[in-house]
Write a protein that binds this ligand. Structure first.
Ligand SMILES: C[S@@+](CC[C@H](N)C(=O)[O-])C[C@H]1O[C@@H](n2cnc3c(N)ncnc32)[C@H](O)[C@@H]1O
Length: 273
């Protein structure tokens, strides 16, 4: 099988699953050959070596496995992060949360924060790279995210800035904190997700309770009780109203909701003091 034949076979296999079957077939073939996509054009008549391995990659993707798990890497903000099954693939909408938090850190000269639910380390790694004086304690309740985040923290040379801690929310973080950031699980347990998400991504990263916003509400309560000034969280597109009602009862200095790039309500920043 020549490279160009391998590409058209891959494209046909991915037709039903991917929005861009040609592109993903090219990416997977380039990954298999450890070359860039340009190589595929300049060598399109070369015979494909270790063809079965390429076919296995395509079959995994055709079975709806996320591309990022297959290649072990996700592109996020200005970096590539290691990912694997057991860790949420970081999403582009979380980049909006990072920019909002970065504005607060800059304006208020913040140096000590915590992240709840570190996952791959996406939020903490990007923030630590932006602010070399920032110290972050990043928690997760699951072992695989802590392991993968640790690997990414090492890769980017950030062990001096980010400390990982196994903890429910910030229960094991008694230190003084100025801000907490979190992209917690916030999906309702009975919400029907696409198979590439629900069959492969960790349930602990997706579902926030039977309504979905239970963990978000607990985070709000915990941060308020600890007298921490700021809380910035991602949330579901339909959670603005219940969360607004919840903080109205609780009493906060301000809550500002933000939208993602697609125009959906996607999160909030609370100032408590
Ligand atoms: C939606 S993922 C976010 C991962 C990463 N921060 C990101 O934005 O890509 C939520 C993470 O929270 C963790 N988590 C779930 N419940 C938790 C809890 N009670 N305390 C701490 N972490 C929790 C999950 O294991 C998962 O890694």
């Amino acid at each position: 099988m020549q490279i160009k034949e391998a590409l058209s076979w891959g494209r046909a296999q991915l037709q039903e699953v991917c929005e861009r079957p040609s592109f993903e077939a090219e990416l997977l073939l380039a990954y298999h050959l450890k070359q860039d996509r340009m190589y595929l054009i300049t060598h399109d008549r070369d015979e494909l070596q270790e063809r079965e391995d390429y076919e296995d990659l395509i079959k995994r993707r055709a079975a709806n496995e996320p591309y990022e798990y297959i290649v072990g890497e996700a592109s996020f903000y200005d970096i590539h992060l290691a990912v694997e099954e057991g860790v949420l693939v970081p999403r582009p909408e979380t980049e909006v949360l990072i920019d909002l938090v970065a504005d607060i850190i800059e304006k208020e000269n913040i140096t000590s924060i915590a992240e709840i639910g570190v996952g791959s380390g996406a939020i903490s790694v990007v923030l630590a790279r932006k602010f070399p004086h920032l110290k972050i304690i990043a928690t997760d309740i699951c072992d695989t995210p802590l392991k993968v985040a640790g690997k990414n923290i090492e890769t980017f040379g950030l062990p001096g800035q980010i400390e990982l801690r196994k903890s429910n929310l910030i229960d094991e973080v008694p230190e003084y904190l100025e801000l907490v950031v979190s992209n917690p699980p916030y999906i309702a347990e009975d919400f029907l997700l696409e198979s590439n998400v629900v069959d492969y991504e960790p349930k602990e990263a997706l579902f926030g309770g039977s309504v979905g916003d239970e963990l978000l509400k607990q985070i709000i309560l915990d941060v308020k009780e600890r007298d921490i000034k700021y809380l910035a969280c991602e949330m579901g597109y339909d959670q603005k109203e219940p969360l607004q009602a919840f903080v109205n009862k609780l009493g906060v200095k301000s809550i500002n909701f933000y939208k993602d790039l697609a125009g959906f309500d996607r999160g909030f920043v609370i100032q408590f003091l």
